[in-house]
Design a protein around this ligand. Structure first.
Ligand SMILES: Nc1ncnc2c1ncn2[C@@H]1O[C@H](COP(=O)(O)OP(=O)(O)OP(=O)(O)O)[C@@H](O)[C@H]1O
Length: 261
């Protein structure tokens, strides 16, 4: 096995109720890579992320995450090594905890303060991460009172709290206004360019949301791979048109992509 691989998916198929959510997918992510998974609604992006985060097993094929084979490993232990930020996770956060506690409690893999002990280093890390994602001034605000964009940034800070080896971001810019999206893309670009950052996988529907510094892309359609590899090789008008089933023009300016019909 490749010692640098953090995710290895070998011919994985996931079937539910007779439907293939993904079909015969092979994919490898190495520790210094930053991947974008791009595709239309229903393409299988979240399913692939669920495999990568140990939240789902393949019906057929093999998946290794951080050197562990899914199905043969304690998933609770594995998940502490993986940071995940998704809309589904946002809903499980207690609205009456502060943003600071939402980040801090990740160290115990819990969502609310109870009797766990946190030391000063944990508290300092939580504050630094909130600052890094531009929500340091909201540390004492209740999570339920934060805007969509502020909540998303808080959850990315939470996902990084345990210093994970792999960070998975499921549509982090969905629902954000233009200013909030641009701010988030810039912060994710800083993260992508940081050599000490974990391996990154970002799921999105929009090429406009790809932060500079991302290195690879996987394009999905109907549960199958249209193209995958280095971002510049994969992001072509032809591949993108096939992925979204509509003729698309693609431009790249200052490291940012844009697509239109
Ligand atoms: N439990 C299930 N049973 C049957 N079909 C399912 C199940 N879960 C997901 N699907 C279907 O599998 C396909 C892939 O779903 P998935 O959520 O992975 O897509 P996605 O690319 O993340 O979509 P979106 O961009 O809309 O979030 C969809 O057509 C979805 O309806």
């Amino acid at each position: 096995m490749n010692p640098d691989a953090v995710i290895t998916v070998e011919r994985a198929t996931v079937t539910r109720g007779g439907n293939h959510l993904i079909r015969d997918i092979s994919w490898e992510v190495e520790l210094d890579e930053r991947w974008v998974v791009l595709g239309p609604n229903g393409a299988g992006k979240t399913t692939l992320l669920n495999l990568a985060s140990g939240r789902m097993h393949p019906t057929r094929g093999k998946v290794h995450v951080l050197g562990e084979r899914l199905g043969r490993v304690d998933l609770a232990e594995l998940r502490t090594r993986i940071g995940l930020a998704s809309a589904g996770l946002a809903e499980t956060m207690p609205p009456d905890e502060t943003a600071f506690n939402v980040v801090l409690t990740a160290s115990w893999s819990v969502v609310g303060r109870y009797r766990e002990k946190y030391d000063d280093l944990d508290a300092a890390r939580a504050r630094a991460l909130l600052e890094q994602f531009g929500v340091g001034h909201l540390a004492e605000r209740l999570f339920g009172t934060l805007s969509e964009g502020e909540r998303k940034r808080t959850l990315i800070a939470r996902a990084l709290m345990t210093d994970p080896e792999l960070l998975l971001l499921d549509e982090p810019a969905a629902g954000l206004d233009l200013g909030a999206r641009e701010d988030l893309v810039r912060r994710l670009s800083d993260l992508a360019l940081d050599p000490d950052a974990p391996a990154l996988v970002l799921v999105t529907h929009h090429v406009e949301e790809i932060p500079p510094g991302f290195t690879h892309a996987l394009l999905l359609r109907d549960g199958e791979v249209v193209a995958q590899g280095l971002l510049d090789d994969v992001l072509t008008p032809d591949h993108l048109s096939k992925t979204f089933n509509i003729p698309l023009k693609l431009t790249q300016v200052d490291g940012r992509w844009a697509a239109r019909a």
